[in-house]
Design a protein around this ligand. Structure first.
Ligand code: NAD
Ligand code: ZN
Ligand code: ZN
Length: 348
């Protein structure tokens, strides 16, 4: 088969590799029908995730059709159409038993396209297949489903639920990339009174308004603190989400929240950020961090199937698998291409 193989920082290639096979009784093998690229794949290619060994097939998001199952797989059958979660779950360790699959101690967690071969290929082996896939409901397209592999549960769990968004809250979201936009989409499930999107790129802010933000602030032009003060009688936002992953945006998040409010960090950080305890010890803040667990995926699947979430609008570019190189180039230059999520589908 063909697959997108990581060969060390900066080097990837769409090349022929052996087909995956069932290694363990709990494995399934899937034909990949639709797959996408994540900002985290760009981080890997940038050399930021040294755990990824050269030779690993990238990718942790897919919709596929089961072609083989191990003897221990109980809920899947050959021919089933399933979503592959970015997080795998052994199902029996201490963390999995609490729904914290991201912290799995039994060999799961974020492994696809990280510690084992991933989904950017014609076929993929999915470990712990019963616990790590979700059947695609009839009438739901691959395109609607694919963003439920990673960005929707991330935004919902690590942003909206960790942030404790309540009806009538003023919610500020720093960063309007796919994760920030998914946070806007899922925060709206709780009827906040205002969502303030903050970014440096006008193209991303335009998308934020289309996804349901009420106010868009280009923070290279306007001061988000003044805008939020104007909406909150000077208090600050009830919930601030950091969806960039830079020290300055985390520090900014802490300055934009009201006393007693929540700061939910979603960004993956490579550099230390300063926590100004000398200012905030008195403010009764709650600050949360998190790797997505994907415990909410069944809820999100229901919301998509019932038409409550328009996830397909996240897909801006479409390719076939053989065009992986072009798809990476388009995804890596969002300022020029306005890419949010790119979709690659099997050609036949
Ligand atoms: N916690 C998790 O489990 C998890 C899962 C997936 C992704 N992430 C992380 O979430 C973050 C966002 O992901 P994404 O795919 O949307 O990334 P992205 O790079 O596409 O989007 C980031 C956005 O932030 C904007 N930005 C950059 N600097 C800014 C600044 N100083 N002020 C305001 N906006 C600024 C950019 O213009 C861009 O629109 C990344 O750090 C990613 O690694 C976390
Ligand atoms: Zn991802
Ligand atoms: Zn586990």
């Amino acid at each position: 088969m063909k697959a997108l193989v990581y060969h060390g920082p900066g080097v990837r290639s769409w090349e022929s590799v052996p087909d995956p096979t069932i290694d363990k009784p709990t494995d399934a093998v899937l034909r990949v029908d639709a797959v996408t690229i994540c900002g985290t794949d760009l981080h890997i290619l940038g050399g930021d995730v040294p755990d990824v060994a050269p030779g690993t097939i990238l990718g942790h998001e897919a919709v596929g059709t089961v072609t083989a199952i191990g003897s221990g797989v109980q809920t899947l059958a050959v021919g089933d159409r399933v979503l592959v979660s970015c997080i795998s779950s052994c199902g029996s360790c201490r963390y999995c038993r609490h729904g914290s699959y991201g912290q799995c101690l039994g060999g799961g967690g974020w492994i696809l396209g990280h510690l084992v071969n991933g989904t950017q290929a014609e076929y993929v082996r999915v470990p712990f297949a019963d616990n790590s896939t979700h059947k695609v409901p009839d009438g739901v397209s691959d395109e609607q489903m694919i963003v439920l592999a990673d960005i929707l549960p991330t935004a919902y769990e690590v942003g909206v639920l960790n942030g404790g968004v309540q009806p009538a809250d003023v919610v500020a979201i720093i960063g309007s990339g796919p994760i920030g936009l998914a946070a806007i989409m899922t925060a709206k499930l709780f009827s906040p009174s205002r969502i303030v999107a903050i970014d440096l790129a006008d193209s991303r802010l335009k998308a934020a308004l289309e996804f349901g933000a009420d106010v868009a602030v280009n923070s290279s032009v306007d001061d988000p603190a003044e805008v939020i003060a104007g909406l909150t009688g000077g208090l600050g936002a009830d919930v601030v989400m950091e969806a960039v992953g830079q020290p300055q945006t985390f520090e900014q998040a802490v300055t934009l929240v009201r006393p007693g409010g929540h700061v939910a960090n979603l960004g993956v950080h490579g550099q230390p950020a300063t926590l100004h305890l000398e200012d905030i010890w008195i403010k009764n803040l709650t600050i949360t961090t998190g790797l997505v667990d994907t415990f909410s995926t069944p809820t999100l699947v229901e919301l998509v199937a019932s038409g409550r979430l328009d996830t397909a609008s996240m897909i801006t570019h479409r390719f076939v698998l053989d065009e992986f190189d072009t798809a990476y180039d388009v995804f890596a230059r969002p300022a020029d291409t306005a890419a949010l999520k790119v979709l690659l589908t099997a050609s036949s």
